[in-house]
Design a protein around this ligand. Structure first.
Ligand SMILES: Cc1cc2nc3c(=O)[nH]c(=O)nc-3n(C[C@H](O)[C@H](O)[C@H](O)COP(=O)(O)OP(=O)(O)OC[C@H]3O[C@@H](n4cnc5c(N)ncnc54)[C@H](O)[C@@H]3O)c2cc1C
Length: 495
């Protein structure tokens, strides 16, 4: 019995599939070029593991078209035989949304070769970039015209498509808003391979549903972004930057309120940095350049910026921080007096993020709470972590002005990072629970990916999930675009 079953089932069940897949890949090689289809395990490897090396999946192949037509061909061919597609940009996301499942049935559709900056319009202040253009390249293209792209964060090798699909944030969101606010138009390949051209650079268009919104922040589950029209701003050539030490998170919020009231819209950044974060950065960088004479529990990196030379930003910042010192909200401050000093202060903030990426076992969270709740959120989440892993090192840091405090946790000093991962599920549940108890979010800027799908299914309202499912069913009826991301695989859009 056993012998006959095993002889029959592989032959009947797998041969047609293998043939079908082989024919698909051969067809794609013919249509897109041989180098567009990677099947060798060595060639696939870097696309199958996420940036943080927390998970490795397996793809049937990695397909790398050169243009929108090639993306459309790939999607159409995959749809014909019901093959799942995992879109991938720079693979710098933190939630495994671009990592394929383990079963080897999906293709990774890499947008990395859609690399053209189609146009920069200095009068309309817009830039049209293809999905695979990196954030660094897009920002540099704007900069060459005296303009700035306000999507700004440490993941410089991330792509335009990835930033659109995750609705990325960064350190200047309190002034410019998230990626969504920078997107005037999109070009998208839909689930059946049709190309939707919505690239018109219009700041105003109320002629019906704003269709591009469906594809922003939906992590490649509703369509494949192939190009974006991005809003540009005059380059903020003038800035004033200070690192300010405070005794408590409450004092950090008092400083934020003071800066908002005194500097108005010139305030572009207010980044919270805990002492543990500075220590981690110093250890990682192998240098110890203490910014202050003393050691303080919290620091806030603040920046004012403007494109106009008619404002004295340094004086405005000095006065605002000076009045905070007089009011006792601030204990110490250093203000940058040169671009070099400004870069050194930002290196503390950006270096802290990179040091965590490089620390084995560092647990990343992307929590947000209403701004006024930040002090209580940090206090309660710290207590919750201490109950689960008493020697672990909380590193709550980030975007004070947006309520987006990444409540990250480092393994105890000297501990095995890999072993520390055993605590991750309990820690994440506890920290997410504290955030949601304050009406917060578990995914402020990085998305749900694969890692937070179960938590979202537990924490989001039934109606929220139902609306997401209805949208999925409408735009991806056969549920082949990034299944298992954002919604659980069972929610992939089928009736
Ligand atoms: C040091 C460092 C600092 C960072 N700081 C920040 C920060 O401050 N703020 C922030 O928001 N992020 C930050 N990130 C995270 C990351 O850079 C962003 O999430 C970024 O938007 C991901 O872009 P990507 O091209 O790497 O996308 P990927 O990681 O390749 O993909 C992310 C998701 O988008 C989907 N996707 C990618 N491209 C497309 C496409 N063309 N069409 C449809 N779906 C697509 C993928 O399937 C996946 O679900 C940081 C990363 C690093 C390494």
């Amino acid at each position: 019995m056993r012998g006959s079953r095993s002889a029959a089932s592989p032959g009947c069940a797998t041969t047609p599939r293998v043939t079908e897949h082989g024919a698909l890949l051969d067809g794609l090689r013919r249509e897109l070029g041989v180098d567009a289809v990677l099947t060798d395990p060595g060639d696939r490897a870097s696309y199958e593991t996420d940036l943080l090396k927390t998970r490795t999946g397996r793809a049937l192949a990695v397909v790398r078209p050169r243009d929108t037509a090639g993306v459309a061909t790939t999607v159409r061919r995959c749809a014909e035989i019901g093959l799942p597609i995992v879109p991938q940009g720079g693979n710098t996301g933190f939630c495994q949304g671009a990592t394929p499942p383990d079963d080897g049935r999906a293709i990774v559709l890499s947008l990395e070769r859609l690399r053209a900056i189609r146009s920069v319009d200095p009068v309309g202040s817009t830039l049209v970039a293809e999905a695979g253009v990196t954030l660094a390249e897009a920002r540099a293209a704007a900069d060459r015209r005296g303009l700035q792209l306000a999507i700004q964060h440490g993941g410089l090798s991330s792509t335009v498509g990835g930033n659109v699909s995750t609705n990325a944030g960064g350190s200047n969101v309190l002034r410019y808003g998230m990626a969504r606010a920078q997107i005037l138009g999109l070009e998208v390949v839909l689930a059946d391979g049709e190309i939707w051209d919505g690239l018109a650079p219009l700041a105003k268009d109320n002629a019906g549903t704003d269709l591009k919104q469906f594809f922003i922040g939906t992590e490649g589950t509703l369509g494949i972004v192939t190009a974006a029209t991005l809003r540009l701003f005059p380059a903020a050539r003038f800035s004033a930057t200070a690192l300010v030490a405070v005794r408590s998170v409450e004092d950090a919020l008092a400083l934020l309120a003071r800066l908002r009231s005194e500097a108005g819209e010139a305030l572009t950044a207010a980044e919270l940095i805990p002492r543990a974060g500075l220590d981690l950065y110093f250890a990682h960088a192998g240098i110890r350049h203490e910014p202050f004479g003393g050691v303080y529990p919290w620091q806030v990196l603040v920046e004012l910026a403007s494109s106009s030379r008619h404002f004295n930003l340094d004086a405005a910042l000095e006065e605002a921080v000076g009045s905070a010192l007089e009011a006792g909200e601030v204990t110490d401050a250093v203000q940058a007096r040169s671009d070099g000093q400004r870069a050194a202060l930002w290196a503390l903030r950006e270096g802290l993020a990179s040091a965590q990426v490089a620390t084995p076992g560092n647990l990343k969270n992307d929590t947000a709470v209403p701004i006024a709740a930040i002090p209580q959120f940090i206090a309660r989440a710290t207590a919750a972590v201490a109950e689960i892993a008493p020697a672990a090192v909380p590193i709550p840091f980030g975007h004070l002005g947006d309520g987006n405090i990444h409540f990250n946790v480092n393994p105890p000093r000297g501990a095995d990072g890999h072993a520390f991962k055993a605590h991750w599920p309990a820690l994440v549940t506890a920290i997410d629970g504290v955030a949601t108890a304050f009406g917060g979010s578990i995914a402020a800027e990085h998305g749900l990916g694969r890692t937070k799908v179960a938590a979202a299914a537990r924490l989001k309202s039934g109606l929220d999930l139902d609306l997401m499912r209805r949208l999925k069913r409408t735009l991806d009826p056969i549920g082949r675009l990034n299944p298992g991301v954002m919604l659980t695989p069972d929610d992939r859009g089928r009736d």
